[in-house]
Design a protein around this ligand. Structure first.
Ligand code: GDP
Length: 140
């Protein structure tokens, strides 16, 4: 597998509980390099655009309100098979189903407040990175 880049968000429930460093350490231990990182707070319009694919789901409003409730940390992670590896380190969407040692098992509060987002495919990774980072912010 080639070196890939993926997009990650440390969500409001995690930044609020001061878990940014603990979560970043999980990425690094798994061999994912943090090649870009910034702490921001999204507007509602940005959250609705970012999660547009879920706009018909019953939890859409709740999800967007949650994502703007506190600052988030957006990151680009790089490594061998980074997209799948990050999904592995994150664990299942619902922490009740997540494997031992995963971020969501250790830190997530619920299926909604689940501490991290990670891209699910190369196309979404490229789109999500471009949504939050300019070319100048991305070291080659
Ligand atoms: P992910 O790729 O594992 O993050 O999962 P999905 O793409 O299916 O869902 C996106 C995000 O929507 C999840 O990470 C949760 O924050 C949220 N979400 C998914 N299902 C539910 C739900 O049943 N209730 C609520 N409140 N949020 C949900």
């Amino acid at each position: 597998m080639a070196i890939q880049r993926t997009f990650s968000i440390i969500k409001p429930d995690a930044t609020k509980r001061n878990l940014t460093g603990a979560i970043a350490a999980k990425f690094e231990v798994a061999g994912l390099r943090i090649v870009a990182s910034k702490r921001i707070q999204m507007t509602l319009a940005q959250a609705e655009t970012f999660y547009g694919v879920h706009s018909e789901r019953p939890f859409f409003g709740e999800l967007c309100e949650f994502m703007i409730s506190e600052p988030i940390v957006v990151q680009v992670l790089e490594g061998e098979d980074a997209i799948a590896k990050n999904r592995e380190v994150m664990g299942a969407t619902n922490p009740a189903d997540a494997d031992e040692g995963t971020i969501r098992k250790e830190f997530a509060l619920s299926i909604g407040e689940n501490s991290v987002h990670g891209s699910d495919a190369p196309e979404t990774a490229a789109e999500e990175i471009a949504f939050f980072f300019s070319g100048l912010e991305l070291v080659g």
